[in-house]
Design a protein around this ligand. Structure first.
Ligand SMILES: NC(=O)c1ccc[n+]([C@@H]2O[C@H](COP(=O)([O-])OP(=O)(O)OC[C@H]3O[C@@H](n4cnc5c(N)ncnc54)[C@H](OP(=O)(O)O)[C@@H]3O)[C@@H](O)[C@H]2O)c1
Length: 248
């Protein structure tokens, strides 16, 4: 089966490509570096021709409010229109658990808009919503830092390894569309401040981590369960302890 992975060179896309290629599928890893731009539409028609499945794992180069909204709306409108025109049977989109609960977060608002485009595109679809990647902990620490203090929310986080996310996305791609949302998360939930503290000290990072219920997460105040799945969900196998050994 021909599968086009838009964002196929990224953290998740490269892993999904590897899994599907190993399973014998014809994979086209599409992104700007091989002349396919989902925002302008350049190269999409040729890439998607004869594909049965499109996997959308792009990410915006900018997280600035207007830029991120423009990126996710234009890229998914283009990709899903070309997919419909080409008779694609399944569109798989990677999104994020809890986005509808955090409207103050511009990136999450853009992902909500992206999901709506895919739900209404007229192509059978599966939206895989993942929790924060373990590989994203650095970004959380970075954006929460001021001098030597990292001020982080005490709300729960249930991070998942990117390898497990890729496995769930690949699995969705080879199965029938659910025309709905599948949520996936890591096997353990932690207070975010405790996890960031353990993560930074495991790397020998001496910054002081302060748990603060009022600390914002990318512009949004978190409730205790804002970032974790509240409904039934699939669970990745990689624990934080196992992941940190491979990430070190
Ligand atoms: N980080 C998290 O914790 C988390 C949690 C849940 C879900 N997600 C979602 O996971 C998805 C994938 O994230 P990731 O970390 O794998 O992203 P990533 O590593 O930044 O990769 C992004 C991919 O998008 C491609 N891309 C960028 N602009 C493009 C364009 N105009 N046209 C075509 N391709 C373009 C990039 O390739 P080129 O540069 O070659 O174009 C790259 O292949 C995102 O949608 C994100 O919202 C993230």
């Amino acid at each position: 089966m021909k599968v086009v992975i838009i964002g196929g060179s990224g953290l998740i896309g490269s892993k999904v490509s590897g899994i599907l290629e190993a399973a014998g599928h014809q994979v086209v890893a599409a992104s700007r570096r091989n002349g396919i731009d989902a925002v302008t539409g350049e190269g999409l028609a040729a890439a998607i021709k004869d594909a049965e499945v499109v996997v959308d794992v792009t990410n915006s180069p900018s997280f600035e409010e207007e830029a991120v909204l423009e990126f996710f709306t234009k890229s998914s409108t283009n990709a899903s229109s070309f997919a419909k025109h080409a008779g694609v049977k399944h569109y798989v989109l990677l999104s994020i658990v809890g986005i509808e609960r955090l409207a103050e977060n511009a990136y999450f608002r853009a992902k909500v808009a992206q999901e709506e485009i895919i739900k209404n595109a007229g192509v059978p679809y599966t939206i895989v919503r993942a929790t924060q990647f373990l590989e994203f902990l650095d970004a959380i620490a970075y954006t929460s830092s001021s001098d030597d203090v990292v001020r982080v929310s005490t709300a729960y986080i249930q991070p998942i390894a990117s390898a497990d996310v890729a496995g769930f996305v690949a699995d969705a791609a080879v199965n029938v569309p659910v025309n709905g949302i599948v949520e996936v998360a890591g096997p353990e939930a932690f207070p975010t401040d405790k996890l960031i503290g353990t993560y930074l000290s495991s790397k020998g990072d001496k910054r002081i981590v302060v748990g603060d219920p009022e600390a914002e997460y990318f512009g949004a105040k978190l409730e205790a369960t804002s970032l974790v799945p509240v409904k039934s969900h699939k669970v990745g196998e990689t624990t934080f302890e196992a992941w940190i050994k491979t990430a070190a």
